[in-house]
Design a protein around this ligand. Structure first.
Ligand code: SF4
Length: 367
């Protein structure tokens, strides 16, 4: 059963006092139709209960506030594994969906959803960063600490971002989501500078472990629509989860993906097996006692995260990569998110360095 727009889950908006009169804040409040409470600056919403047990209730509250720190940061990668040199544009924290494996449960310590309304500062910082030109080409995404599109019906941020990036030639924007809130993307002059991407998984994992997220069919229909509007697409098999029937599950998703979507519209597809910091297991198993995904055998990775044994990771990656390679187009980059050179070599037969490095492999897809 489809949940529909995840922003339907919201019940209340809180606003920091000095943001209340911003025209952008007023727009969001007007679109939402939700009750609003204005809070003194730096005072946070008061949600009953203790974190993380109050997350289901906390996620019903949207806090419109000012980002007093940096909007733009490199992805928090670790040197032990191959990283794609991604840059994160931090538009807010937390999300109205609720995935069992969501790392934000252990990264955050507030249950509500924060959304930063001082977007003039965001674009000013982007201008400064892109002008300083430390990197010849940047891939920039908003989906690291929240879902890029889940609140877009209310925020309309995608319109501002897509139009901004359409005028840049040294960067591209990736909007990564598990929702299908794409209506604002229609009719935008994107100039090929935005990639819209979806996380995909085996159907039982999507159904059981991704609460309030769109179904596979909905995600693929949205992808087809975005492709029709001229956007390049990305897909992320992440986290790949070991479960009964995983081969059939991932095969079915991949078959459905390539039946629905024109292979030439896909810029990249990533693969990353489930990995997590130890505190996530404590939180997620308490919040989701029905889930068994954390009860497999894991080892301590070099980055302090728990991972499946390398032999199992290689088995799953080899199966999934083989299925994808049956259909993939010549310009699409199939890559691993945070894997070692040994795994690259075993599964793909080469290391990223042999192809000029992972960032260069991805940048080439946009040429
Ligand atoms: S959609 Fe992304 S941000 Fe939202 S709960 Fe799931 S994993 Fe976390």
């Amino acid at each position: 059963m489809s949940y529909g727009d995840p922003s339907r889950y919201l019940e209340k908006i809180y606003v920091e006092e000095d943001c209340y009169n911003l025209p952008y804040t007023k727009e969001i409040i007007a679109r939402s139709g939700l009750p609003v409470t204005v809070l003194p600056n730096r005072q946070e919403p008061d949600i009953c209960g203790n974190y993380p047990d109050n997350l289901p209730q906390g996620k019903q509250n949207l806090f419109l506030c000012r980002n007093r720190g940096k909007f733009f940061k490199p992805c928090p990668a670790t040197k032990e594994y191959r990283c794609c040199d991604y840059q994160v544009l931090n538009i807010g924290m937390n999300c109205p969906m609720d995935c069992v494996y969501c790392i934000l449960q252990s990264y955050l310590n507030n249950p509500w959803i924060s959304y930063f309304v001082n977007i003039d500062d965001l674009f000013k910082e982007l201008d400064e960063t892109l002008l300083s030109n430390q990197h010849p080409f940047q891939r920039i995404g908003t989906g690291e600490f929240t879902d890029s599109m889940a609140l877009d019906r209310l925020t309309g941020l995608s319109k501002h971002l897509v139009e901004y990036f359409s005028k840049k030639d040294n960067c591209i924007l990736e909007l990564k989501t598990k929702s299908v809130i794409i209506q604002n993307l229609e009719s935008l002059e994107h100039n090929g500078r935005t990639v819209v991407s979806w996380s995909l998984n085996s159907p039982p994992i999507m159904a059981r472990e991704e609460i309030r997220a769109a179904s596979l069919q909905e995600r693929l229909e949205a992808a087809v629509q975005c492709s029709f509007w001229g956007y390049k697409l990305g897909f992320h098999f992440d986290p790949i989860v070991y479960h009964d029937g995983w081969q059939e599950g991932y095969r079915e998703t991949i078959r459905n993906l390539f039946q629905a979507v024109d292979k030439d519209s896909i810029a990249w597809i990533s693969m990353g097996a489930l990995r997590y910091i130890p505190t996530l297991k404590t939180i997620a198993t308490r919040r989701f006692p029905h889930s068994s995904i954390f009860y497999e055998e894991f080892i301590d990775g070099l980055d302090g995260k728990l991972r499946y044994f390398r032999s199992l990771r290689v088995e799953m990656y080899t199966f999934i990569a083989t299925e994808i390679l049956k259909y993939i187009g010549p310009k699409t980059c199939l890559y691993f998110c945070m894997e070692s050179d040994e795994v690259w070599k075993e599964v793909m037969g080469f290391t990223p360095e042999e192809k000029g490095g992972l960032p260069a492999m991805l940048d080439k897809t946009m040429c």
